[in-house]
Ligand binder design. Structure first.
Ligand code: SF4
Ligand code: SF4
Length: 174
């Protein structure tokens, strides 16, 4: 099992090759750069997905942001899975999604929402990595990324373009 950045588990891989790590680093930087230039078109699709995880240390903060007493928040908005994780009880749409498709607790939203679509987009291809082997080219894998979401479409095309640019400038230097 390979772990990238100490956080992202690439199942099926024993290790990440230097070539793949270099591509992943580039893709990661691109994804992170989107945090300041958010390509969100407010379609609200990501706020209609199941399994929105809330970390134990986030509960107090989110309850405060929602203006709900802690006890009521836990009882009304959270549920616990058999493996002990906390999830939002209502997710289609999320209880905190406004009619204008804006998040009502944006600054205090859970980490999983902060990570989307940057990290998710990048690691959406991990499923395909797991099915193949460590020598597979990320440009091949990235073709499988869902481009029907406005944000992931933008990210996929930028990652593809930047990796091609980086490879081409590396080749020019040889
Ligand atoms: S799916 Fe992407 S574009 Fe749509 S609301 Fe979520 S982040 Fe924005
Ligand atoms: S907390 Fe906000 S960003 Fe996260 S799913 Fe709910 S409405 Fe969407």
């Amino acid at each position: 099992m390979a772990v990238y950045k100490g956080k992202y588990v690439l199942r099926g891989l024993k290790e990440i090759s230097p070539e793949m790590e270099s591509d992943l680093d580039l893709a990661y930087r691109i994804c992170m750069s989107y945090i300041d230039e958010f390509p969100c078109e407010m379609c609200g699709r990501c706020c209609r997905q199941p399994n929105i995880v809330v970390l134990p240390e986030e509960v107090d903060r989110i309850a405060g942001a929602a203006g709900i007493p802690l006890y009521d928040f836990v009882a009304k908005y959270l549920t616990r899975t058999s493996d002990g994780r906390l999830l939002f009880r209502k997710t289609d749409p999320c209880a905190f999604l406004g009619g204008d498709n804006r998040c009502g607790i944006w600054k205090d939203r859970p980490e999983i929402c902060r990570d989307f679509p940057y990290a998710v987009s990048m690691f959406m291809s991990r499923v395909y990595i797991a099915l193949t082997d460590e020598k597979t080219d990320i440009l091949e894998l990235i073709r499988y990324m869902d481009d029907s979401w406005p944000c992931t479409k933008a990210i996929r095309s930028t990652i593809t373009e930047k990796i091609r640019e980086a490879r081409s400038s590396k080749n020019d230097q040889i």
